[in-house]
Design a protein around this ligand. Structure first.
Ligand SMILES: Cc1cc2nc3c(=O)[nH]c(=O)nc-3n(C[C@H](O)[C@H](O)[C@H](O)COP(=O)(O)O)c2cc1C
Ligand SMILES: [Mn+2]
Length: 475
C-alpha cells in the first residue's frame, strides 16, 4: 500500500475534487486576474483549490492549478496523512515520519506522458503555455512559480531538483532566480560556467505535490529530492531521460522545458521584481541567468502548477514544514516535553508548546527556536494547555501569562535575509541582513505552576465530550 493515493498532478486534482475542495474557473485572464482570484481564494475560510481553464489567448484545455496545498487538509492529503486530523496532529505525524523517511531512488522508464507533444529549436514558443502575471507590480510573466528546476553535477553526476522561480522573456528565453549562491542549482551551474560551458537545465511544470514538497525541503547537497518525494509516496518516482539534455525528469509531469543555462557573465537579463512571501517587494529587479530553451514537451491539455507567494497568512503549504524541523531540532538538542510547534504569518512567527519540567525550560526552548527561525522576529513559548496552531489561544497566553518587564528577551544580530522588508536598503546592500528576535515566555512562571489561577475554559477533551452529547446544537 502506498502512503499517498496519487501518481501525478491529475490524480491529485481528482482527489481534491472528490473531497469537495476544488473550484473550476473559466475565462480568467493570465494577466493578473488569475493571480488575484488565487489570492482572494487563499484567504477564504474554505480556502478552495482552483483549476483555471478557457484562459483568454490560450487554447482551451491549457490550464493552471493553484492553491494546491495551502490548506492543512490538502497538505495532509499530499503527504498521505489523515486530512481530518486537527492541524497540530497533522504536523506531529509529519514530524515523526520525516525523521524516519528512507530515501527511495527514482527508477528510469522508457516512455513519458509529456512526449505527446514536442517542439524543438525554432519551433519552441512558450506563449502557448500559461505564463501568468501573478501580482500587479510583478516585472513580467512567470511560468515557474512552483516549478522544479533540474540540474546535474558535472563531476559527481547527482541530480538536483528544487523550486526556483522562472520568468518568461521571449518565445524561447526564460530566467531562473537563485536567492543566493548556496542554492544547489546555483552551485552546479557555476561549475559549468567556470569551465566556459553552459549548464544543461530542465524545468518541470505541473509535477505532483510530493515533488513540490521535496523541492522546497532543505536537503543537503547530493541528497536527491526525487528520492525524498519517493519516500513520501512510498513508491519510486519514475523518471525519463530527456532527448536534448539527457536530464531525468518525472515521466508524468505536465510541461517540460529543456535547454542551456548560459554563463551568467556572458548573458543575463533583469529579473523581477516578484511579490514575495512576506507580502512585499523587498528585492528589486536584478540580473539573473538566462536559459535558452531548446525543446518543450507537454501532455495534451497540460496543467501548470502555480504557487505564487502571497501576503501572509497565505502560504504555499497548509502545515508549517519549518516548524516541524524546529520541533525535531529541539528534540535533537535534548529539550524534553515539547508538545507542539507551529509557525504563523507564513513562517514569520514561531510558537513552541512545552510541558514545563524545570525553571528555565521555556527559555531553553525559546532560544533554540529563535536561533532557527528564518527571518521571523517573534518566538512565543506556551504551556501544554495552549494549542500553538491557534493564534487566538496563543495571544490569550501572551496577554494573561507574560509580564513584559520580566518575560521578554531580545536576541540581536540573528538570522534574516535580504528579503526582510524592515531592513534598510543601505544595510541590505552592504550585506547586513540580520535582524533581532523577541522571545516571549508566555508560560505560567515555573514557580507559580501550583498556585496560578485555574482556567475557566473547558479542556479539549471536555469540549469534545460536550460536542458529542449535543451534536445537533454543536456540530
Ligand atoms: C513556491 C516556492 C518558490 C520558491 N522560489 C524560490 C526562488 O525563486 N529562488 C530560490 O532560490 N528559492 C526559492 N524557493 C526556496 C527553495 O525552493 C528551497 O529553499 C529549496 O530547498 C532549495 O533547494 P536546493 O537546496 O536544492 O537549492 C522557493 C520555494 C517555494 C516553495
Ligand atoms: Mn538540493
Amino acid at each position: 500500500m502506498t502512503a499517498v493515493d496519487y501518481n501525478d498532478l491529475r490524480d491529485f486534482i481528482g482527489l481534491v475534487e472528490s473531497m469537495g475542495d476544488l473550484k473550476r474557473v473559466d475565462g480568467a485572464s493570465a494577466d493578473f486576474e488569475l493571480g488575484a482570484i488565487t489570492e482572494v481564494a487563499a484567504g477564504l475560510p474554505a480556502c478552495p483549490a482552483l483549476l483555471f481553464d478557457q484562459i483568454p489567448g490560450l487554447r482551451p484545455g491549457h490550464r493552471v492549478f493553484t492553491n494546491a496545498t495551502v490548506s492543512t487538509r490538502r497538505a495532509a492529503l499530499a503527504l498521505g496523512i489523515d486530512p481530518t486530523l486537527p492541524p497540530l496532529e497533522v504536523l506531529k505525524a509529519w514530524k515523526s515520519r520525516r525523521v524516519e523517511l528512507k530515501p527511495l531512488d527514482p527508477v528510469s522508464v522508457k516512455d513519458a506522458a509529456f512526449l505527446e507533444n514536442s517542439q524543438f529549436g525554432d519551433q519552441v514558443d512558450l506563449s502557448v503555455f500559461p505564463c501568468p502575471i501573478w501580482h500587479k507590480r510583478d516585472g513580467g510573466p512567470y511560468i515557474g512559480s512552483g516549478s522544479l528546476v533540474i540540474t546535474k553535477d558535472p563531476d559527481e553526476g547527482w541530480v538536483n531538483a528544487a523550486i526556483y522561480r522562472v520568468q518568461v522573456h521571449g518565445p524561447n528565453r526564460v530566467t531562473i532566480q537563485f536567492d543566493h549562491k548556496g542554492r544547489h542549482g546555483a552551485m552546479i551551474s557555476r561549475k559549468y560556467w567556470d569551465r566556459g560551458q553552459p549548464c544543461p537545465v530542465a524545468i518541470v511544470n505541473g509535477q505532483d505535490p510530493a515533488l513540490f514538497i521535496a523541492g522546497f525541503e532543505y536537503l543537503p547537497e547530493r541528497q536527491s529530492e526525487y528520492a525524498f518525494a519517493g519516500a513520501i509516496k512510498q513508491a519510486p518516482i519514475e523518471t525519463f531521460a530527456l532527448p536534448v539534455t539527457g536530464l531525468p525528469v518525472p515521466a508524468r509531469a505536465e510541461i517540460i522545458l529543456e535547454g542551456m543555462l548560459l554563463p551568467f557573465d556572458q548573458d543575463n537579463l533583469p529579473e523581477g521584481p516578484f511579490g514575495e512571501f512576506t507580502g512585499y517587494y523587498a528585492a528589486d529587479r536584478r540580473p539573473a541567468p538566462v536559459m535558452d530553451v531548446q525543446a518543450v514537451h507537454y501532455r495534451s491539455n497540460p496543467i501548470l502548477l502555480g504557487s505564487p507567494p502571497l501576503k501572509p497568512p497565505r502560504f504555499h503549504f497548509g502545515i508549517p514544514f519549518r516548524a516541524a524541523s524546529i520541533w525535531a531540532n529541539l528534540e535533537a538538542c535534548g529539550v524534553a516535553d515539547v508538545v507542539g510547534a507551529w509557525q504563523h504569518v507564513s513562517q514569520l512567527m514561531t510558537v513552541i508548546a512545552i510541558k514545563q519540567r524545570y525553571a528555565g525550560h521555556a527559555k531553553r526552548a525559546g532560544l533554540i527556536a529563535a536561533a532557527n527561525s528564518y527571518m521571523g522576529r517573534i518566538v512565543v513559548v506556551v504551556d501544554e494547555d495552549v494549542d500553538p496552531s491557534n493564534l487566538a489561544d496563543v495571544m490569550w497566553a501572551v496577554t494573561t501569562r507574560a509580564e513584559p518587564s520580566e518575560d521578554v528577551d531580545i536576541v540581536r544580530n540573528a538570522w534574516s535575509s535580504s528579503l526582510d522588508p524592515r531592513l534598510s536598503m543601505e544595510d541590505r546592500n552592504a550585506g547586513r541582513t540580520s535582524n533581532s528576535k523577541m522571545i516571549i515566555d508566555a508560560c505560567i512562571p515555573f514557580e507559580l505552576l501550583g498556585s496560578y489561577p485555574p482556567t475557566s475554559a473547558l479542556s479539549v477533551e471536555e469540549a469534545q465530550a460536550v460536542r458529542r452529547r449535543w451534536p445537533d446544537i454543536l456540530a
